[in-house]
Design a protein around this ligand. Structure first.
Ligand code: SF4
Length: 428
C-alpha cells in the first residue's frame, strides 16, 4: 500500500501515471485534495471518478492522525493535542494563538533516543520515526480541529527532528509547496540537541528556516552529563557549525538553556555562556527546567536564577538585539513589571513577550490588572504556553525589525498545569 500523503508532487505524479496509468492532471487533483482541501478519505474526493477512488482505496492510504484528547485554555486559546497514529502510538502537539496568527508545535518521533537527562520524551527510548504523511497529519488534524490555518510551525515536540531528517525534509517540502499549504520556510523553526551532520545538511539546503539549539550548558563536562549527544558532537564543534550556519543563511540562531539546580546555574557558568556566545548575533532563551517525576533534575532556585543573571548572557554585543530575561517563578514573586517595561523601553525594546515558559499554564488573577498598565507603556504579546512559543514570537518580531524580551511566569497566579490535567484525564 502506498502512503500517498508522504509523496511530494513529483513522486505522486510518477505514481499516478506509472502505477495507475492515469493522466498527469489526476495527480494534480489528488494533491489538491490531500494537501489543499486536506480530506481524510478517498470517498471525499468528488472530482475523481468513482472507479479511480475505488482503486486508490485498494492500492494506497492516507496516514491516519486523529485527535484523542484536546485540552484548551479558556483564556488565550492555547490547545494541547494528543494525536493517535495508525499503529496506536500517540504524539503531542501544541496550538498557540499569537497576534501574527496561530502557531503549531509538533512532534517528529515517537519517543527519542537522545537520552537528555531532563527530558521525559526519551524515557522509553526511540519507538519510531514519524513519516512525512504523519507529520503533515499533525498539522492538518490540528487545523481541522480548530477550523483555522497555522501561520507558523515549530518542530520542538517529542523527538529530535534531525534524527528523522529525510522525513522532516520531505514533510517540509510538501507543506511549503505552492500546490499545498504554501507555508513559508521563514515561518518554521526547528529545534535540535546538536546533531552536527543534520545542521550541515540544513545549512547546505539554505531553506531559510530558523534553527534553535538546545544548549543547556556552556562547557563539555556539564553538557555531556545531561546531554549524551555532546560526547559525539562537543560544544566547540557545535559552535563552529552554528557560526557557519549564520554566515551562510543569515538566520539568527536561538539557544535554549534550561536552568537545572546545581547543574548549569552558577554565575561562573553564566559567564562561560556569555564567553561562548560572544560575537554571535543570536537569542538565548533561559528556561527553568520542567521537573519530570522520573528524573532527578530540579529547577534552579529563584536566587540561583538571579545570580545567573540575564545581563551576563546579553548577546550580540547590544542588549537591544539579544536581550534575555528570566524572572523568578514563585507565584506573585513581586517583580515590578511596569518598572521592567519602562527599563526596556529606555533600552529601545518595543515589544515584550510574556511567556509562562515552564508549564503549559493559563494566565489568571491579578496579573491581568498589571498587564493593562504595561500595555500602555510597551506593546505586549502574551502567551501561556511553553518556551517553544516564545521563540516563534521572537523570530516574528525580529523579522519585523522589532525587539523583544522574555519574562518568566513569576506572577502567573492561578496557573494551571495542563500536562497534569492530561494525566488526570482532564477537560476535553
Ligand atoms: S533531543 Fe529533545 S526530545 Fe530528545 S531527549 Fe533531548 S530534549 Fe528530549
Amino acid at each position: 500500500m502506498t502512503d500517498l500523503l508522504s509523496l511530494p508532487m513529483q513522486e505522486l505524479t510518477r505514481w499516478v501515471t506509472q502505477e495507475l496509468g492515469e493522466p498527469k492532471y489526476r495527480a494534480k487533483q489528488l494533491y489538491d485534495w490531500l494537501h489543499k482541501k486536506q480530506v481524510r478519505t478517498f470517498g471525499e474526493m468528488s472530482s475523481l471518478p468513482a472507479a479511480l477512488r475505488q482503486r486508490l482505496g485498494e492500492t494506497a492510504f492516507i496516514a491516519p492522525v486523529e485527535s484523542r484528547l484536546k485540552l484548551e485554555s479558556q483564556l488565550d486559546g492555547t490547545k494541547k493535542f494528543l494525536f493517535a497514529l495508525g499503529d496506536g502510538n500517540c504524539v503531542e502537539a501544541v496550538w498557540m494563538e499569537y497576534h501574527h496568527g496561530p502557531s503549531l508545535c509538533i512532534s517528529t518521533q515517537v519517543g527519542c533516543r537522545m537520552g537528555c537527562k531532563f527530558c521525559a520524551s526519551t524515557l522509553g527510548g526511540l519507538v519510531r520515526n514519524l513519516t512525512p504523511g504523519e507529520l503533515l497529519g499533525e498539522v492538518y488534524e490540528a487545523q481541522r480541529q480548530t477550523g483555522r490555518k497555522i501561520s507558523s510551525l515549530v518542530l520542538m515536540g517529542i523527538g529530535e527532528p534531525l534524527d528523522n531528517l529525510q522525513n522532516v525534509l520531505t514533510f517540509l517540502d510538501i507543506l511549503c509547496s505552492e500546490e499545498g499549504q504554501h507555508l513559508g520556510y521563514r515561518h518554521i523553526s526547528l529545534s535540535t540537541c546538536g546533531l552536527i551532520p543534520g545542521i550541515r545538511e540544513l545549512m547546505d539546503k539554505k531553506l531559510g528556516l530558523t534553527l534553535s539549539i538546545s544548549l543547556h550548558a556552556p562547557e563539555d563536562g556539564a553538557r555531556s552529563a545531561i546531554m549524551p549527544v555532546n560526547r559525539q558532537y562537543p560544544i566547540g564543534e557545535l559552535m563552529e557549525v552554528c557560526r557557519e550556519y549564520f554566515t551562510v543563511t543569515g538566520r539568527r540562531i536561538s539557544y535554549e538553556y534550561a536552568l537545572i539546580d546545581g547543574v548549569n546555574d552558577t554565575p561562573e557558568q553564566a559567564a562561560a555562556l556569555a564567553r561562548l556566545l560572544e560575537g554571535q548575533i543570536c537569542h538565548v532563551n533561559l528556561i527553568p527546567v520542567n521537573p519530570v517525576a522520573e528524573r532527578e533534575t530540579r529547577r534552579s532556585s529563584r536566587a540561583a536564577v538571579e545570580r545567573f543573571g540575564p545581563e551576563r548572557v546579553a548577546v550580540g554585543g547590544d542588549a537591544r538585539e539579544g536581550l534575555v530575561r528570566t524572572a523568578g517563578w514563585e507565584e506573585n514573586a513581586g517583580v515590578d513589571y511596569l518598572a521592567f517595561a519602562r527599563q526596556m523601553e529606555d533600552l529601545g525594546v518595543r515589544h515584550i513577550i510574556f511567556t509562562d515558559i515552564d508549564t503549559d499554564g493559563v494566565l489568571a488573577g491579578p496579573a491581568f490588572d498589571r498587564l493593562e498598565a504595561l500595555q500602555k507603556t510597551v506593546s505586549c504579546a502574551i502567551t501561556a504556553s511553553g518556551g517553544v512559543s516564545s521563540n516563534a514570537d521572537l523570530r516574528a518580531l525580529r523579522d519585523q525589525g522589532l525587539y523583544a524580551a522574555i519574562v518568566g511566569k513569576a506572577w502567573y497566579a492561578g496557573a494551571v498545569d495542563l500536562a497534569q490535567a492530561v494525566e488526570e484525564g482532564g477537560p476535553q
